[in-house]
Design a protein around this ligand. Structure first.
Ligand code: MTE
Length: 314
């Protein structure tokens, strides 16, 4: 994430760019004959609406065009403008299944249709703060992750939940090319995962998720830095021990397990005191504002961390 050596790598390594482009083109050709459905991917959006939620911010949503074209999705490129070019060529596998197991009484593999029936869809307008210092406001469509997690009946041993992104080496960058381990992994404590604000999202702006935003379903944890909001999930495991996560594995001194938005704790290489809200101001380049503790969600979530030193447990 904004690592100078990564930037240099992708900027000055024509061979890797060449290899990647060839790979993405091959994927597009393979996808061309695929059957289109509401969740078939290939950049085709279907309507997906949800009821208004009391959890929504009244802040103005960032333009859809910004949310869907300025992305972090390292599987499809490390530049902000690469996922929008490369991810739509990926054919989202159908049926999409999510395998849920580990420390649970009833392990299950559910497909998207079954998941969509678990709870009514809501529109949740959340602030999203990336650890890199930019922010957006997104009208997500989805429901609390707890509705899905309850299905498998976690046991007393379950203290954490580990999440994994679907990984297709033929359609996505290699870990070496991207600079972080794949499949992309994230994790939460069980109480964080069960918190009503933690959203399982299948859409934004009244449509199914574009591939670059994590189709067909992803997490959104609005009080944590954006990298916790893992995209395109196909595996969930309840664990006794704190699971490994992609960014903490890559640089443990820079990216912690908790990664709660905290304006007082600077990243070792930059300040976290303020953020650039994309899509506003001169030419939509963004306007600066102070970053809030827990990204403005302290009233709802601060209690999860009572007695913890948040400077050390970053
Ligand atoms: N999930 C996967 N699988 N791969 C990624 O590279 N990037 C993360 C997160 N989830 C990422 C991911 C980061 S750093 C951010 S800020 C958000 O996705 C960006 O979400 P957006 O592109 O929908 O704004």
């Amino acid at each position: 994430m904004s690592r100078l050596s990564d930037l240099r790598y992708s900027d000055v390594t024509p061979q890797s760019i060449y290899v990647n482009r060839r790979r993405f083109l091959a994927t597009a050709a393979a996808a061309a004959g695929a059957i289109a459905g509401p969740f078939s991917g290939q950049g085709r959006a279907a309507a997906l609406t949800g009821a208004k939620s009391a959890f929504s911010t009244t802040e103005k949503p960032t333009p859809q065009q910004v949310i869907t074209s300025y992305n972090n999705y390292y599987e499809f490129g490390t530049g902000k403008d690469e996922p929008v070019r490369n991810a739509p060529k990926w054919k989202v596998p159908a049926p999409w299944t999510v395998q849920i197991g580990g420390a649970v009484a009833k392990p299950k593999t559910l497909d998207l249709d079954a998941i969509l029936k678990l709870a009514p869809l809501e529109e949740r307008i959340y602030r999203h703060r990336c650890v890199e210092g930019w922010s957006i406001v997104v009208p997500w469509i989805g429901f609390s992750l707890s509705a899905l997690l309850k299905q498998v009946e976690p046991t007393a041993k379950a203290k954490y939940v580990a999440f994994e992104t679907y990984y297709d080496p033929k359609a996505m960058l290699s870990a070496r090319e991207a600079g972080i381990p794949f499949p992309y992994k994230e994790g939460l404590r069980v109480d964080e995962a069960m918190h009503p604000l933690t959203l399982l999202s299948m859409g934004l702006y009244g449509e199914t998720l574009p591939n670059q935003n994590g189709a067909p379903l992803r997490l959104v944890i609005p009080w944590k830095y954006g990298f916790k909001s893992i995209k395109s999930i196909n595996k969930i495991t309840f664990t006794e021990k704190q699971p490994d996560t992609a960014w903490a594995t890559y640089a443990p001194n820079e990216y912690g397990f908790y990664s709660n938005v905290n304006p007082k704790r600077d990243h070792p290489r930059w300040s976290q005191a303020s953020e650039n809200r994309l899509g506003e101001g001169f030419l939509g380049k963004g306007t600066r504002r102070p970053t809030e503790m827990f990204n403005g969600y302290a009233a709802q979530v601060a209690g999860l961390y009572n007695g913890m030193d948040l400077m050390r447990n970053y």
